[in-house]
Design a protein around this ligand. Structure first.
Ligand code: DLL
Length: 440
């Protein structure tokens, strides 16, 4: 079944869509040129003027925008509208240092709400639904972003924010919540609690809209089993707006990119060269309609691929694969590239293992070492020495074959690894003697 929010746009023939993108791209570059002096300076330095953008391929002439542009121009420097017209500020999810901040005009907020309504409608959410928002409300774009979009769609919004799991579950049951909105980490935690308390049959949950961080297929299956729902993935980032950039339809075969508002490319993260369709590389995005904070060719650092093949759902917009990792999250251990998601994939296929784990990277002498702490899902296992030894050996073996790297595997008792109510921090890199995590 197809559920469209803006059918004409979502199913627009590609040729028309590309014409719309070109027209909007010209507008976006002109807006930057006329009203965003710092970004204009970058265009000038690269010798690009608005009239040079004649085809979508001319996009490649435009220099990249990077995270440092946000840092260097903090707080107001990248805004293309006077503060009088900016009605909201939001920020990135990181908790240390100055956040990456975004501003929105009224029109930006309206576009954003429509984008969220679009992705929720695509997984069958409607005005019949009661949606519990367990994203943090605050600077993080997840809470307010989903909130206004779901209201626009007409769903009943229960704005619980994160934390206080008992209360979350009580209201979920009492109000017959049908849609859960959370990070996959918090959804995992909630779902484990539901399983332990045997609450699944008392709930009316039908679908989960999860995003803000990666989630392997294996983790997703666990959440689905525990809650009896269809779990869906959606992607976004504060620099570009927040959630709403791409989201799955019920085919769950890639996240449809909102190509009428965002122009995606895939580049080689080392050379910056554009890669052909279907290649795995870094996602680069240009905002086509943003007023307060137009961004040209933003290097997201997220590694994924795009396909432009038609989807069975009828939508014509490109689909983006799950994010494999971030180019800056990739761990290089003994010269081997390792994404935490690969390790999660191995662990989640193992029996007796809970969905909570921790990766510790150290340097011993000149040697990097990886320790994977794996939490057992049952107290009783702690007494079964032979079983534990076998399990430890199997995990080591699987990790070696998937990563091409030996890792120390430590089994720890149930409930000993920290739970997360927002995005998880599962990597501790101690190689520079300070704890750095994968989260920003
Ligand atoms: O996380 C926006 C968002 C909120 C998206 C809620 C979806 C749902 P930031 O805090 O700026 O914004 O973090 C952006 O999070 O560059 C990715 O690395 C990661 N990320 C976001 N969604 C996904 C996802 C929000 N579905 C950064 N899968 C991005 C994998 C994701 N990673």
């Amino acid at each position: 079944m197809n559920h469209y929010w803006q059918k004409e746009i979502e199913t627009m023939p590609r040729r028309e869509l590309e014409a719309l993108q070109l027209e909007r791209l010209k507008g976006a570059v002109a807006r930057v040129w006329n009203s965003a002096p710092r970004q204009r300076a970058k265009l000038e330095a690269a010798g690009v003027r608005p009239e040079d953008i004649r085809t979508l391929d001319d996009l490649r002439r435009i220099p990249f925008t990077v995270k440092d542009d946000f840092r260097d121009n903090y707080p107001f420097g990248l805004f293309a509208r006077p503060m009088k017209e900016i009605v909201r500020l939001q920020g990135s999810s990181g908790t240390t240092g100055k956040p990456t901040m975004a501003g929105y005009t009224r029109a930006d907020l309206d576009t954003w709400a429509n984008l969220i309504a679009r992705l929720a409608a695509a997984v069958g959410v409607s005005d019949e639904d009661i949606a519990q928002i367990s994203f943090g409300y605050g600077l993080f774009t997840g809470g307010f972003g989903l909130h206004y979009g779901l209201e626009k769609l007409g769903a009943t919004v229960l704005p619980l924010s994160s934390g206080n799991t008992e209360r979350q579950l009580m209201l979920m049951e009492d109000f017959g919540v049908t849609v859960l909105i959370a990070t996959p980490s918090y959804a995992t935690y909630l779902s484990e609690t539901v399983r332990e308390k045997g609450l699944r049959d008392k709930l009316r949950l039908r679908v989960g809209l999860f995003g803000g961080e990666g989630c392997t297929h294996e983790m997703r299956r666990r959440i689905e089993d525990n809650l009896g729902i269809i779990a869906t993935d959606n992607y976004g980032m504060c620099e570009l707006t927040g959630p709403g950039i791409s989201g799955e339809c019920l085919e769950r075969n890639g996240m449809h990119f909102a190509e009428d508002h965002f122009l995606p490319e895939i580049i080689d993260p080392d050379t910056g060269e554009s890669l052909p369709e279907g290649s795995l590389g870094e996602l680069v995005v240009t905002t086509l309609t943003k007023e307060a904070l137009p961004v040209l060719r933003y290097r997201t650092r997220d590694i994924t691929r795009l396909t432009y093949e038609p989807c069975r759902c009828g939508r014509t917009h490109a689909r983006m694969d799950k994010v494999t990792g971030r180019s800056d999250d990739m761990l290089i251990i003994k010269g081997v590239n390792v994404f935490p998601s690969q390790i999660e994939g191995v662990l989640m296929r193992m029996e007796h293992v809970s969905p909570h784990y921790l990766l510790l990277v150290r340097r011993e002498g000149y040697m990097d070492t990886l320790e994977v702490q794996v939490e057992l899902n049952d107290e009783a296992l702690l007494e079964k020495f032979a079983l534990l030894e076998g399990l430890q050996g199997r995990i080591k073996e699987r990790l070696r074959s998937v990563l091409g790297l030996g890792a120390k595997v430590t089994l720890v008792g149930p409930k000993t690894i920290e739970r997360f109510q927002g995005k998880a921090k599962r990597v501790i890199d101690l190689r520079n003697n300070e704890s750095a995590t994968t989260n920003r």
